[in-house]
Design a binder for this molecule. Sequence first.
Ligand code: PLP
Length: 471
Amino acid sequence: DPLDKERPLNANSPAARDVRHVLHGYVELKAQRESLPTVITAGEGIYVKDENGTPYIEAASGMWCTSLGFGEEELVEAAAEQMRKLPYYHTVGYKSVNPAIDLAEKLAEMAPIKDARVYFALSGSEANDALVKFIRYYNNAVGRPQKKKFIARHNGYHGATVATTSLTGIPINHVAFDLPLPGFLHTTDPHYLHHAHAGETREAFAERLARELDEMIEKEGPDTVAAFMAEPITGAGGVIIPPEPYYEKVQEVLKKHDVLFLDDEVVNGIWRTGKLWGAETMGIAPDTMTVAKGLTSAYQPLSALILSDEIYRGMEKGSLGVGFFAHGQTYSGHPVSCAVALKVLEIIETRDIGGHVGRVSPTFARRLQKLGEHPLVGDVRCKGLIGAVEFVADKKTGRLFDPSGVVARRIKERAESAYKLITRNVPSGDSIAFSPPLIITESEIDEVFDRFEKAVNDVMGELAREGAIAA
Ligand code: PLP
């Protein structure tokens, strides 16, 4: 296999050694052997540096997570202090640790769920996976063992475990992994540009999607459907912001059929959408919330699953029935992760990060809207400091590129290689997402979009020369 030959380039560089031994997620494995990764070695504020010392703007916050930016000493100190005091103890059985107690109390105060209970895991996937188990346990406990199906949405992303890949509605996550599991269904994603019928208003579109959900539940049998899971604003699946009155109508449908609303706040939560929770931004009263990413600004892995009192009490009843709640993890409530999260929440309050997002997000929105005027752009979407731009083959008709994704990937790569700007491709036509650290300033936002526009114009020039679009 010629790909197995030693690279002529410095074969002992970190990048070359990476290619020999690190299995990466979300790559074409064979192409990966030929393309060296960018090895990131340092970070400060909204910037990261590669191994040659070249700075990049991180306009995606890594994986939508480094909300307070890089090099935040107070977080480093909080972790070190906790490690010195108690690097580890667990919350299994009848043991606990102070940082987990403090954080659970704080999250229960912050969540729009009365008398909430909090379960800790280490990633968004693990928390959502635990949630699937907890909802099963709950419905068994309250005497309706047939109420077990989960409905999520096409293009929603909820994780990478077997159960959470099943909740995820992105086809490429399913094919070749024999997923989704039975009992996991998907309804239309609320992306108006892609799914509206000709002449359909945004409002009529929102109402139709809620009706479709109603019909799906009726067809499956309301007694068999346990829960509906959604990100208030779909993140990784394309930054999709449903038009009103989508959530109002969806919640009416769920109430009617006694189906729980499981709110995935992994990307939306902690001020990303301009309010503390995506639920607040979008008018949702959830039964559960999953929080991760921005909770620790990614300085430590941590996720929190916030459950309503009703669900918790049901589970408690079950535990009395079967005698035991047989679920737990070595690192649940890890004191170092919880100490870092507590410090993140403290910084958010003392530095008024929510207020800062409110002050800078109009600049973010203005620069995205300006991009919307570009001949290659068919749609822009944003709330707070999450946004996306979608490129189309024909601006007038909204015709998408076919095959989809190639143009966005090319623009993303150009922005990174030529202009040192990191963004994220999202699998919604040809979309590129922005979710910069929440500490970004207005002039830094301008810098992000100045660099991005250059990349868009470069690629547009190339597409015109190649005859892929009208010159
Ligand atoms: N839920 C949402 C909305 C996400 O965006 C992600 C990850 O991107 C997850 C869950 C899974 O989180 P993790 O990658 O930490 O397992």
